[in-house]
Design a protein around this ligand. Sequence first.
Ligand SMILES: [Zn+2]
Length: 297
Amino acid sequence: MSADVLELKKLVKQLQSAANEQEIVGILNILKKDFEVTESILRESKVGLAVGKLRTHAAKHVADLAKEIVKKWKVAVEKAKGAAGAHHAKAPQQNGKGPERKASVASTPGTPSTPTTAKVELRTAKSDGVKGSTGDSTRDKCTELIYDALASDSGAPVELILKHAQAVEASVLSDCDGVTAAYKSKIRSLFVNLKDKSNPSLRESIVSGELQAEKFTKMTSQEMASEERKAADNKIRAENFHNSLAAAEQQAETDAFQCSRCKQRKCRYRQAQTRSADEPMTTFVTCTNCGNRWKFS
Ligand SMILES: [Zn+2]
C-alpha cells in the first residue's frame, strides 16, 4: 500500500470523526491541495466515498468544497485514463472558479420552523455507501436500484431507507417465485414508478413505513397514482404537524436518532397517531442542528 493511501486513510478517519465544520473544512483543504490521486488510490483509501458523501452536507460551504474536490479528482482520473488509452479527448476544462454559486437559499441551521427546500444532490446507494447483502448479485443490484429511487430526494437515515428497499426487494422475490424474468421486470417497473418526479409522496410513504412493501409491490400503476394523492394529503398534515412541533419547542433533545444529513445526534421527536387508532404510531423527528426532518412508523 502506498504512503499516500495510508495518509489518506488517516484523513478519512479524521473526516469521519470531525467534531465540527471547521475541522471538516480543514481536512478537505488538505485533501484538495496536497494530493494527486489515481483511481486505485481513491478506491483503496475510500477517500472518494468519504468526500463524495459530504457533497450533501447541510453547510453549503462544506458541500461546495466537497463537490469541488470530487470534480478535481474526476478530471484527474479521466486524464490518467486518457493518457493510458491511446488518444482520448481532453477532459472538459473547469473554469477554475470552483463550484457554481447559484442564488439558491441555503437551509438555515437552527431555524427548523421555516420549511426550507435545501438543494441537495440526489442520493444513491453509491453515494450513501450502501450495498446489497443478500449474497446474490442480481438481488443486491435490484435492492440498490430500489434504494436509489427511495433515497433520491429523501432526508431519512440510510438504515431506514435500506430497510424498506430490502423489504420491497424481498416482497418482489416472493411474489415472483425467485429471481425470474418476472422479478426483473417487476423491479424495473417499481423503480420507474418510484423514481417518478411527480410522485415524491409515494417514495416517502414507503420510507416512512406508512405504505407496506408487501402492499406496494402488488399495486398497479393506477393504484400507485392514487396512493400518491392520499400520501400528498398525509404529507400536508405531517408538515403542519412538524411546524407546530417546531413552534412549540417543548421537547427535550435526544441522542436517540442520528441525522443523515449532518450526522449529529441532536434531534427532537414526537409520536402521533396520524391515521386510524389501530395502526402504529408515526414518529416525527426534527434535527435541531440542520433542520432535517423525517418520519417513520
Ligand atoms: Zn441534521
